[in-house]
Write a protein that binds this ligand. Structure first.
Ligand code: NAD
Ligand code: UGA
Length: 470
């Protein structure tokens, strides 16, 4: 029975996933390693409010496991040496230059992880792809691991590897529940014994029938396909928001009617400002690249359209805001409520707030931000390129930050609701309307404003996908 587990990458996946493994498998000794010292320090901070990611329930889980059988470290070599099983959970963004730029995955972090494992591992090691990867990456990892066995340094050491694909399906904001009660666990591989060893770990808390196995390539492809299908649903419903606005429909009613068909189901039919998050766009673009590589242009174009509609939706919202504010935003103040890509996370990667804010800044607007979990520094970082580009002036003239909604909306001409935080659902709209500059507008992109609560105020309401509020 093996005991030592190492996870390379202490990010949104590595941290919570290993914390759940530690909690459910008390006999394991798990070390999560990362090159990023700041991140590891935050994972190790005494004050649990300083953990590097916000995820409901995470503080309690870390309190239960950290220092017992879960450790976070920047020391990579020793945990790899002693590991029986190593999860690779590093970032796999889109390449920004060179062949495949803008579509293909940048595998430099996966490759360097594989090289480090090849160099330092000892005995038999099960290497598990946890990151989302292009199909056939397992072959690359295998080649790196095996080629290293023949180097002069390693020749006399007995090393062997088996490679598994075990993609992660958690969503941020619900990560712990997704990990504790997964719809399924997928293990792809060629070596039955290793598959069973990983399966045995999951069996500590996941029912047997939910653990499915496949070959490596099906497993890698299933992850890309699942994300592509989820993103496709959002682009599909978002495309219909514009049709609702044009024809007199209400997207909420349409979503409900469509979702009640048990073949379609009611999940993932909430319209919004477009999907964000670090994965949907990159994983679809990766699928598109794969299709082009295998000379399947029709399939590539089909999936590419999901990404195009997503961009179009953000664009459409920004143009609507400009139109309603008389085509002129210069010197207008606009409150941006919510900056995270969805509620219950502090992650802003690919958040629709970034693109919409940039477009509004380009029109000359001054923006006041409030998000309950995203820091001022993160927002400045996300917008920094645009700020340099459009103003050349001090950012303090264009970007403002508030600690609560009511401070944020003071003297603004408009409010744009971008993230569906719970606290935005019960706002005092009479109080807010008295703080704003008339004629004031609220642009609700997430269906968080109850029109009956705003009707007594002087605020104009625009609701995405609702012809009555357009
Ligand atoms: P992340 O950027 O939050 O974390 C990755 C971490 O890996 C970083 O802290 C980085 O410093 C570290 N790292 C990179 N190379 C390293 C190396 N050689 N040695 C040690 N540390 C190294 O990324 P994430 O959101 O956790 O995503 C990780 C993978 O999981 C991606 O492939 C992603 O597509 C996939 N995924 C993400 C989610 C999600 O919700 N974020 C869900 C499912 C799958
Ligand atoms: C998504 C998938 O849901 C996970 O299964 C997957 O593991 C993960 O990507 C990944 O591979 O990274 P995540 O991006 O964390 O998880 O969050 P989602 O809940 O999927 O939301 C993604 C985006 O879609 C958010 O911007 C969200 O606001 C938007 N969304 C979601 C909608 O606009 N409408 C919906 O009905 C659902």
């Amino acid at each position: 029975m093996f005991k030592n587990v190492c996870c390379i990458g202490a990010g949104f996946v590595g941290g919570p996933t290993m914390a759940v493994f530690a909690d459910k498998c008390p006999n394991l000794n798990i070390t999560v390693v990362d090159l990023n010292h700041e991140r590891i320090n935050l994972w190790n901070s005494e004050n649990l409010d300083r953990l590097p990611i916000f995820e409901p329930g995470l503080k309690d889980l870390i309190k239960r496991t950290r220092g017992k059988n879960l450790f976070f470290s920047t020391e990579i070599i020793e945990p790899i040496k002693s590991a029986d099983m190593i999860f690779i959970s590093v970032n796999t963004p889109i390449k920004s230059s060179g062949i495949g730029a803008g579509e293909a995955s940048d595998l430099r972090w996966v490759e360097s992880s594989a090289r480090t494992i090849a160099k330092f591992s000892q005995g038999h090691t099960i290497v598990i792809e946890k990151s989302t990867l292009p199909v056939r990456t397992a072959k690359v990892i295998k080649e790196i691991l095996h080629s290293n066995q023949n180097t002069s340094e390693n020749k006399n050491k007995l090393k062997s590897f088996s490679i598994l694909s075990n993609p992660e399906f958690l969503a941020e904001g619900t990560a712990l529940d997704d990990l504790e009660n997964p719809d399924r666990v997928l293990i792809g591989g060629e070596d039955e014994e290793s598959i069973n060893q990983l399966k045995d770990l999951y069996l500590n808390w996941v029912p047997n029938e939910k653990i499915i196995t496949s070959n490596l390539w099906s497993s890698e492809l299933s992850k890309l396909t699942a994300n592509a299908f989820l993103a496709q649903r959002i682009s599909s419903i978002n495309s219909i928001t514009a049709v609702c606005e044009a024809t007199g429909g209400d997207i909420r009613e349409v979503s409900k009617a469509v979702g009640l068909d048990s073949r379609i189901g009611n999940k993932f039919l909430n319209s919004g400002p477009g999907f964000g998050g670090s994965c949907f766009k990159k994983d679809i673009l990766n699928l598109v690249y794969l299709c082009k590589f295998f000379n399947l242009p029709e399939v590539a174009n089909y999936w590419d359209q999901v990404v195009k509609i997503n961009k179009w939706q953000k664009d459409r919202i920004y143009k609507k805001i400009v139109e309603k504010l008389f085509g002129n935003l210069s010197d207008k103040r606009i409150a941006i409520l919510g900056f995270a890509f969805k509620a219950n996370t502090n992650d802003t990667r690919e958040s629709p707030a970034i693109e919409i804010s940039k477009d509004l800044l380009n029109e000359g607007a001054k923006l006041v931000f409030y998000d309950p979990k995203v820091s001022k520094n993160q927002i400045i970082k996300d917008l920094s390129k645009t700020i340099e580009m459009i103003t050349q002036k001090n950012k303090d003239e264009f970007l403002f930050f508030a600690d609560n909604v009511y401070d944020a909306v003071k003297d603004v001409d408009a409010i744009v609701l971008i993230t569906e935080w719970e606290e935005f659902k019960n706002l005092d709209w009479i109080k807010i309307s008295n703080l704003m500059i008339p004629p004031s507008w609220v642009f609700d992109t997430r269906d968080v404003v109850d029109p009956s609560r705003i009707s007594g105020s002087s605020v104009n309401l625009w609701k995405l996908g609702n012809a009555d509020f357009n």
